[in-house]
Design a protein around this ligand. Structure first.
Ligand SMILES: Nc1ncnc2c1ncn2[C@@H]1O[C@H](COP(=O)(O)OP(=O)(O)OP(=O)(O)O)[C@@H](O)[C@H]1O
Length: 251
């Protein structure tokens, strides 16, 4: 991990109608860091992710990617700037093969897919990148399978491969364990651990506390739209404010 800030959230606020969904959230993600975001249901975690990726524009504050203010920029410009994201629900094309799914993601980033002259070369580069990404998540052996036929945990791995095929500088994982059977959680956890070990920067919302505690360098705790704490897993678990926010919710 370095001190270089990949993402900076400065005093983020979001007001929708009379409701204050996010309140003065300031947070920095450093290069190579895995930062877990936790909080009870409705705390504002997904909304915060949407602010980072550009789906939702905050009513207050700034979002900086690698020091550049992207607050007013749309989703695709942030993707061009190095932001990669997975979603809570599956984003795979079920009728296409695993490789085709990942290649489409790589092609979208490499460009050239719409150019007749550059298409073959771009396709080769995209295929190579897609195979590398599949190997990284342990799915190279499944490249020719129809995506819709995969087990849920495997689909999640392919979605992560699609994300890394775009070579992002910051990866947002939105509840990567959502819908994954408990038997598949350890393998998926290891995929995320390996992503982090390879030096990638990851911001992850996850309800599975064991997973977050086992993977994160730091944990940010959201509650009622506020950031209660952002600290090491040990410090967060020992924090009385965090404990009371989770009272009755089984921290
Ligand atoms: N567009 C919107 N209009 C009104 N309220 C909204 C909107 N988007 C989110 N909210 C509210 O903001 C709060 C935070 O929602 P959010 O989905 O970000 O929470 P969360 O921490 O991700 O919850 P969960 O863990 O259940 O996914 C909730 O009370 C939600 O109802």
């Amino acid at each position: 991990m370095t001190d270089h800030a990949v993402l900076e959230l400065e005093h983020i606020g979001l007001q929708i109608g009379g409701a204050r969904i996010l309140k003065d959230v300031s947070l920095t993600v450093r290069q190579g860091e895995l930062l877990g975001v936790i909080g009870p249901n409705g705390a504002g975690k997904t909304t915060l992710f949407n602010v980072v990726s550009g789906i939702v524009r905050p009513t207050e504050g700034r979002v900086l990617l690698a020091g550049r203010d992207v607050t007013g920029e749309p989703v695709h410009r942030r993707a061009d700037a190095g932001l990669g994201r997975t979603f809570q629900t599956s984003s795979l094309f079920p009728a296409l093969s695993v490789l085709e799914n990942v290649r489409l993601a790589a092609q979208a980033k490499l460009g050239g897919a719409t150019s007749v002259l550059r298409a073959p070369k771009a396709t080769d580069a995209a295929s190579a990148r897609a195979l590398d990404a599949l190997a990284e998540v342990g799915m190279a052996g499944r490249a020719d399978r129809v995506a819709g036929d995969l087990a849920h945990g495997e689909k999640r791995k392919v979605e992560i491969a699609m994300c890394i095929a775009t070579e992002p500088t910051l990866i947002l994982l939105d509840e990567p364990m959502a819908g994954v059977g408990s038997a598949d959680v350890p393998a998926l956890t290891e995929v995320i651990r390996a992503l982090h070990a390879s030096g990638r920067t990851v911001l992850m919302v996850e309800h599975h506390m064991d997973v977050v505690l086992g993977l994160a360098d730091r944990i940010a705790v959201m509650h009622h739209g506020e950031l209660l704490a952002a600290d090491t897993p040990e410090a967060v678990m020992a924090n009385p404010t965090v404990q009371s926010a989770y009272l009755g919710e089984g921290l």
